[in-house]
Design a protein around this ligand. Structure first.
Ligand SMILES: Nc1ncnc2c1ncn2[C@@H]1O[C@H](COP(=O)(O)OP(=O)(O)OP(=O)(O)O)[C@@H](O)[C@H]1O
Ligand SMILES: Cc1ncc(C[n+]2csc(CCOP(=O)(O)O)c2C)c(N)n1
Ligand SMILES: [Mg+2]
Ligand SMILES: [Mg+2]
Ligand SMILES: [Mg+2]
Length: 323
C-alpha cells in the first residue's frame, strides 16, 4: 500500500458534522462555524514514550491517542466535532496494524460523532501520532484553569492511579486482582466528555484533565487561578483492588502517575449539588477531595495527610523535558 491508497483507506465515506465544508481531499479542510467559540487542542502519542508494542495493541494506541485529545476538549467544556491525524510510520508496522490503529480512533469518533477531516502521513523511525481536535463551546461559560475561587469545592471524577497500575501489570507478569480492569484503564481510557457537557448550566467551573498526575494538574489550576488548594489525602478516590499494590506505588501513582484522563475541577459550594447530580445521572464516580484557599497561598497545593498534618505537595508528575 502506498501513501495515497493509505489516505484513501482511512477516509470516512460520509461526514456527520453540519459545519463542514471540505474534509479530506484538498490542500486543507474548511469549516464554517455558527457562532460558538472554537476550541482546539493537540496531543501526541509516541512509541517508547507513551506506549510499547508489547503493552498496547494497535487498536489501543489509536483509541488512546484520540481519547487523550477528547479529554482536553472535555476539560474545556466543549463539544468535540473534528479531528486531524498526523502519523509517522516505521517499517515494523503492517497495513493491518495501521488499519487497527485507525479502527481504535474510529470507535471513539463514532461514539462522539467526531469527523476525521485531515492529517498528514510520513514514514519515520518509530510510530508517532499527533492529533488535533476541534470542538465548539458555549461563549458564556468558563472552564478555564484560571477560574477557581476561594471557597470552591475541589472535585475529581473516577478513580486515580489506575492507568499506571495497569501499565505495571502489563510490564510485570504475576497474578493480580481485577487485572483486566486496570489494563483497560491504561489501554482504553474514557474521556469525560458527557460529564463535562452536563455542566453547561453552571457558568463557572475550573477544569483540568489529569494526564500528568493530579499533583501536577492541581498546581496548574492553583497557579493559573492565583489561589491555594488543599487536597485531603484519604479522600483521593482509588479502586477497591488498588490496595493490592505496594503502598509507595499506590501513593506515587495516584498523586504523580498520570494518564487517568479524569477531570479535576473546582466549583462554588452553591453549584456543587448540581455537579453531583450530573455525575449521578451518568453513574460516574465523583468525589469532593478538597477546597480552594486564598491568594496568599497562590500557586501552592497542600496535602492534608491521614494523620491530620498538612504538607506542601511538590509539583511533580510526568514531565517530558525534566532532565
Ligand atoms: N510545542 C508547543 N508549541 C506550542 N504550544 C505548546 C507546545 N506544547 C504545549 N503547548 C501549549 O501549552 C499549553 C499546555 O500544554 P500541555 O500539553 O501541557 O497541556 P495538556 O495537553 O493539558 O497536557 P498533556 O500534554 O499532559 O495532556 C497548551 O496551551 C498547549 O497548546
Ligand atoms: C512505555 C510507557 N512508559 C511510561 C508511560 C507513562 N507515561 C507516558 S507519557 C505520560 C504522561 C502523559 O503524557 P503527555 O504529557 O504527553 O500527555 C505517562 C504517565 C507509558 N504510558 N508507557
Ligand atoms: Mg498536551
Ligand atoms: Mg489537559
Ligand atoms: Mg492533554
Amino acid at each position: 500500500m502506498d501513501e495515497f491508497s493509505f489516505i484513501q483507506s482511512i477516509q470516512q465515506s460520509y461526514y456527520r458534522q453540519p459545519t463542514l465544508r471540505k474534509g479530506v481531499g484538498d490542500d486543507a479542510a474548511i469549516i464554517r462555524p455558527s457562532g460558538e467559540d472554537i476550541v482546539i487542542a493537540k496531543d501526541m502519542l509516541v512509541e517508547h514514550v507513551h506506549f510499547i508494542k508489547s503493552a498496547m495493541k494497535p487498536y489501543h494506541i489509536g483509541y488512546k491517542a484520540l481519547a487523550a485529545n477528547l479529554s482536553d476538549i472535555a476539560a474545556m467544556g466543549a463539544t468535540p466535532a473534528y479531528y486531524l491525524v498526523a502519523i509517522s510510520i516505521s517499517n515494523d508496522w503492517s497495513n493491518e496494524e495501521l488499519a487497527e490503529i485507525y479502527n481504535g480512533m474510529k470507535s471513539l469518533a463514532d461514539r462522539y460523532k467526531v469527523d476525521l477531516i485531515g492529517g498528514d502521513t510520513v514514514s519515520g523511525t518509530e510510530l508517532v501520532i499527533s492529533i488535533t481536535v476541534i470542538g465548539y463551546a458555549n461563549r458564556n461559560i468558563s472552564r478555564l484553569r484560571s477560574a477557581a475561587k476561594e471557597g470552591d469545592v475541589v472535585f475529581v471524577t473516577g478513580t486515580l492511579g489506575d492507568s499506571q497500575a495497569g501499565l505495571h501489570i502489563l510490564q510485570n507478569a504475576g497474578t493480580y486482582k481485577e487485572e483486566e480492569y486496570f489494563k483497560r484503564r491504561h489501554q482504553l481510557p474514557s474521556p469525560r466528555v458527557e460529564f463535562s457537557l452536563g455542566l453547561q448550566q453552571i457558568n463557572r467551573v475550573a477544569l483540568n484533565d489529569i494526564s500528568d498526575g493530579i499533583a501536577s494538574e492541581a498546581h496548574e489550576l492553583a497557579e493559573s487561578s492565583k489561589v491555594g488548594m488543599v487536597l485531603i489525602e484519604d479522600k483521593i478516590p482509588v479502586h477497591p483492588a488498588y490496595a493490592q499494590f505496594d503502598s509507595n506505588l499506590q501513593y506515587n501513582w495516584k498523586l504523580f502517575g498520570g494518564e487517568d484522563f479524569e477531570l479535576l475541577g473546582t466549583v462554588s459550594r452553591s453549584d456543587w449539588e448540581l455537579v453531583k447530580q450530573r455525575a449521578q445521572q451518568l453513574s460516574l464516580r465523583l468525589t469532593e477531595i478538597g477546597y480552594i484557599t486564598n491568594e496568599k497561598d497562590a500557586g501552592k497545593v497542600f496535602l492534608q495527610q491521614e494523620n491530620g498534618k498538612i504538607i506542601q505537595l511538590e509539583k511533580k508528575g510526568y514531565n517530558h523535558l525534566s532532565r
